[in-house]
Design a protein around this ligand. Structure first.
Ligand code: MF3
Ligand code: CO
Length: 257
């Protein structure tokens, strides 16, 4: 089912989105060399609770994971890319960290992810991975407007990823979002323009380009959740929730401070 939100629900989505953006921003500022992933999970839990919001992850038990996730944020380091389960790992200089967070506030969810380098040791190839997913996301957002189709967004994202020479995994991508985190339509990170569902005002989409440096193949950790590159190559993932409005797409998950 594809959910079209009322103007009042879109207003609530703005509040949820701002909260997600602010929490991610605060966690990025706090995550440094010596930080444990379990600290980040605790901080995320605290910030979600302080805001009176609910985690979309803690009880989440979809087909692609092993039982309820049990944590408040996804933390994916280096070759880990999606659904990174927080565990006892201390961040080192030069680690490439992805934080992915979804919460619900007053019944509306928002979902966003950022990738960044921890510490001072910055590998140019890691910077290129991150910058490519950010640019692909911007292109996807620019293609999202009333009357356009899902395939137009997929094409825009895929064009940027492929131009940098990355191959694209089609198993996981963006998605509709609203009263729940994962909804139709699926938004693949590559596809054909002019195909798929026609966008209309009130549709919320989580767009999320992600790539692995030299492969499109994933392997699952023993934890039953964390997805890594099959080759051990490093990865990046950037995500925003956007609302389709009369004028285009409004990014809801930007930080406000
Ligand atoms: N937020 C992720 C996405 O971008 C989904 C994470 S599900 C979890 O769609 F259970 F692993 F947290
Ligand atoms: Co998502």
């Amino acid at each position: 089912m594809i959910e079209i939100l009322t103007p009042d629900q879109v207003d609530r989505a703005r509040a949820t989105g701002a909260l997600v953006g602010d929490i991610l921003h605060a966690l990025k500022a706090r995550a440094s060399v010596g930080t444990n992933l379990l600290d980040i999970d605790r901080w995320a839990k605290q910030m979600i609770e302080d805001a009176g919001a609910e985690s979309c992850y803690v009880d989440y038990a979809p087909s692609f994971g092993d039982g309820p996730f049990g944590h408040y944020i996804c933390t994916a380091v280096n070759d880990a890319v999606l659904h990174g389960m927080p565990h006892d790992y201390t961040l080192a200089d030069g680690d490439l960290l992805t934080l992915d967070l979804a919460v619900s506030l007053h019944g509306i969810a928002a979902d966003a992810a950022i990738s960044f380098i921890v510490g001072a040791k910055r590998d140019p190839e890691d910077e290129r991975l991150i910058e490519t997913t950010e640019r692909a996301l911007a292109a996807g957002i620019a293609a999202a407007r009333p009357g356009a189709r899902i395939g137009d967004i997929s094409r825009a994202i895929g064009t940027v990823l492929k131009a940098e020479g990355y191959s694209i995994n089609m198993d996981f991508g963006g998605h509709g979002i609203g009263s729940t985190m994962h909804q139709d339509p699926h938004v693949a990170n590559n596809g054909r323009p002019g195909r798929g569902y026609v966008l209309r005002p009130g549709l919320l989409l989580a767009l999320e380009p992600w790539i692995m440096a030299d492969t499109a193949e994933l392997v699952t950790d023993a934890d039953g959740w964390t997805l890594r590159s099959a080759t051990g190559a490093r990865t990046a993932h950037t995500e925003h929730t956007v609302a389709i409005t009369e004028d285009g797409a409004e990014i809801l998950t930007l930080p406000t401070r």
